[in-house]
Ligand binder design. Sequence first.
Ligand code: HEM
Length: 399
Amino acid sequence: MSAGAGGGEREESGISGWIDSRFPVISAFRGQYIRFPMPRNLNALWTVGAMLTVVLLLMLATGITLAMNFTPTAAEAFASVEAIERRLPGGWLIRAMHMTGASLFLAALYVHLWRGLYYASYKKPREILWLFGMVLLALVMVTAFAGYVLPWGQMSYWGADVAGKAIGAVPWAGPVTERLFLGGDRPGDVTLHHLFILHFVLAFVVLGVVGLHVAALHYTGSNSPDGEVREPERTLPFHPYFTIKDGLGVAVFALIFALVLFFLPGLITEPENFRPANPLHTPANIEPEWYFLPFYAILQAVPSKFGGLVASAGAIAVLFAVPWLDRSPVRAPRLRPVYRVAMLCLPVAFMLLGLAGKHHVQGGWLYVAQLATLYYFVHFLVLMPVVSRRETMTFRGQV
Ligand code: HEM
């Protein structure tokens, strides 16, 4: 498939013809959406991209409403969030949607990332699509961190404090960057201003990069569980087949969203953050949101502070290099038995890291975190290049 795959051959008539001959938005829509050819063998994991898009729009809509009622100062931030919850009509729902959305967005993002790794969707010619995806992951993580500081609760404040100290541990440029980030020697008004603007601006940058990500996808077409599918008889037009399939995926996701929002809010909220920030009282357990716990565990698993920081950032950085680490010409995991087992061990290692992070990497959890960190890096830096060269290829012409 290439640019314009699906073609907008049909001539428009009437008003749509008049518009289309001057600004071909209607034929582009037909070619890039209605008739766009999709592999007919896509499984449910290919609906997660649609879920992410819908949640992103929900995050922008609820975020703008929250921002209109939020005061970004250390003295008033917490009270303004309280006022949104109690006095703004429907404010409690808007905030709950934004909080639940952040957690489920990251959960969906990890599933989407794993799908790409498992089915080797990063291979030629999708390297740029992959890199846009990785930029999105990095941007979303920074946006989520900045957002968590805004309500200025205990975890917000001490989270910003820990992040500042981590930046400060970088040799040479660290202390200056820490002061720039905090705007002083501890979190305060300036920190809150920085993070509010960063959070707001990055949300729209993410939206723009999603546009590039999807445009890159439309140039190459989708990969599939069996690898590249190019034959017309093995594809179906996007509409109605994938409109319905994505719609079903989004509906199931909306049910899970409602379940967490209305019945299980404790799953994604931290009670300590419902106390206003108090610079004189450090909470007993300072821990990040669940989606950062695996990286927090890597940070703690390495004995040196700076080493932990490098390892933690390296865990993300290595993902950028994946298209060049995997040398196998085969995509379909069912034709790569050893790689497939390794790909199933990866989420196990990631979850163990998350659990170790939850237990503050203490006692036996330190060894769990160290082993899982080792597996994580060996997976990408050793298994991926070596297995992809050595694995006996039994594929039947599907790459
Ligand atoms: C804001 C976050 C993101 C959004 C809204 C998003 C959206 C989408 C959408 C709508 C699709 C097409 C449907 C699908 O295949 O599921 C897609 C495909 C894809 N995405 Fe993302 N994405 C995001 C982040 C990422 C990340 C972090 C990665 C990993 C590096 C990634 C890698 C890919 C790949 C490789 C494909 C093509 C999959 C294939 O055809 O096999 N995306 N994305």
